[in-house]
Ligand binder design. Structure first.
Ligand code: GCO
Length: 469
């Protein structure tokens, strides 16, 4: 490969990503009502150091400065999320126009600088009012309320925004937000909001099914409300089985694993194929969700692209002959010294970028669907020294993943864009501000001053040259 050519081509979408609760702050301003994350983060022990998103990066007030950072970075695309409880404080019914106006100002600021907005309608911060009303995703009503909310937003911003994402990562807000345990004591509390303990796994999968319905009805609401042609997608973080060695038998094993690992068979299978994985349903048995007639057709909406969030992966190998293992794959446990970034689950597995794209195309048979990496990045132990952060470890991580993305593009897979997670250090959910994912350092000790890291300069050069540097 000629090292100077734009290996990602001229039309590749280079961007950065954030989410509302993680960066906005101003949680009680402009008519916003509490979200489940406002409530959850105030619970004793829920978030490291008792951190909350009350102030976060103060993006609500500093969004023009942050847009200037994107201009400096040279990106033309920005993925952010809209806080449902800024738009509809009760979760349904009355619309808070001041909340809409904030996003109108943000979007106009982006467009004024030639940056295309990509709006995620739900990135976990649903109104606490709906948790109080019917237990959020435990109720099928949540799906309809989400669709109504989506219609309200698109009806007001659809003249400016043409790239819409329904939900971000069902696994995280359902399968980490609801857990099986002692309902009376609500222990063990799940690590994500709403942090609800249920009696049976079936209740978790039923909530997951309601989220899929929200995606389906949400797609329909977006298309009905948009005043112009628009792009609609789902963002998910499927677990990615990576062959330990790229040989036919281990590749076959990875393909066998894709359907059964994590929640893939219960999320991207129904969304992208119109059916739950039969193998998963067989495994779940009585714990499977109740699927009403028409549900699968609702869930399986035509999409303009798939948003793929990728951070790590899992290695698999071929089954030993005569082992009696009929799953068609074996897990390869990571040795304790395996390279990892600053999160317990963030093992460095760059091939997950390539195999995730390939599995969606080949294993799932959706080679027709454009894919955007809507999140990739890492937490690192950044240190501000003499006004600089030389995060060469983050550059190492990102360079390896982007090289794997380059391979997917070179092999003809429909990878069309990359959004780095994240523009700013921000509220990292249960880890609060104790984990830094940004390419811009937030100085929490000095008025949230923004300090571009070395990775910011590196990413700017990748974007400028259209390749991995
Ligand atoms: C996710 C979320 C982000 C996280 C990021 C790092 O993928 O979990 O979309 O909000 O902050 O991934 O964990």
């Amino acid at each position: 490969m000629n090292l100077t050519e734009r290996s990602f081509g001229q039309t590749f979408t280079w961007g950065v990503a954030t989410s509302a609760y993680q960066i906005e702050g101003a949680v009680a301003e402009g008519g916003r009502s509490p979200s489940v994350w406002d409530h959850f983060s105030q619970l004793e022990g829920a978030v490291l150091n008792g951190d909350t998103g009350a102030v976060a990066c103060d993006h609500y007030h500093r969004y023009l400065d942050d847009i200037q950072l994107m201009v400096q970075l040279g990106v033309k695309h920005y993925r952010f999320s809209i806080a449902w409880s800024r738009i509809m404080p009760e979760g349904r019914g009355p619309v808070n126009e001041a909340g809409v106006d904030f996003y109108r100002r943000l979007v106009d600021g982006l467009l004024d600088h030639g940056i295309t907005p990509h709006a995620t309608l739900f990135h976990w911060d649903s109104p606490q009012a709906l948790e109080d009303r019917y237990g959020s995703w435990r109720s099928r009503e949540m799906a309809q309320d989400f669709a109504d909310y989506a219609g309200v937003v698109v009806g007001r911003l659809g003249d400016r925004v043409t790239h819409w994402i329904t939900l971000n990562e069902i696994f995280c807000f359902i399968h980490m937000g609801y857990g099986v345990g002692d309902v009376l004591t609500q222990q063990p509390r799940p690590p994500h909001a709403p942090g609800t303990v249920v009696e049976r796994l079936q209740e978790v999968w039923q909530a997951s099914h309601h989220a899929l319905l929200a995606h389906g009805w949400g797609c329909q609401a977006i298309r009905a409300a948009s005043p112009q042609p628009c792009q609609v997608s789902l963002v998910d973080n499927p677990m990615v089985p990576v062959p330990m060695i790229e040989s036919p038998e281990h590749i076959e094993a990875a393909k066998n694993a894709f359907e059964l690992v994590g929640t893939n068979g219960g999320v991207i299978w129904p969304v992208l194929t119109g059916r739950y994985s039969e193998k998963l349903l067989a495994q779940l048995g009585e714990e499977a969700p109740e699927i009403l007639p028409g549900d699968l057709e609702t869930i399986h909406q035509p999409l303009d692209s798939f948003g793929f969030n990728v951070y790590s992966g899992c290695y698999v190998r071929a089954v030993e002959a005569g082992s009696g293992n009929d799953a068609g794959f074996e897990w390869v446990d990571l040795p304790k010294g395996y390279p990892r970034m600053h999160m317990p689950w963030l093992q460095v597995v760059p091939e997950a970028m390539y195999w995730g794209v390939r599995h969606v195309g080949e294993t799932l048979g959706r080679g027709d669907l454009p894919i955007f990496v809507t999140e990739n990045g890492c937490a690192a132990q950044d240190e501000l020294r003499d006004g600089a952060v030389w995060d060469t470890d983050r550059i190492f991580y990102l360079r390896q993943y982007l090289r794997a993305a380059e391979r997917a593009v070179a092999e003809g897979f429909p990878l069309r864009g990359y959004f780095l997670w994240s523009l700013l250090d921000n509220f990292e959910w249960a880890y609060g501000y104790g984990r830094r994912f940004g390419i811009v350092y937030l100085d929490y000790e000095d008025d949230l001053k923004r300090v571009p890291k070395a990775s910011f300069d590196w990413y700017r050069e990748c974007v400028r040259q259209g390749r991995v540097v």
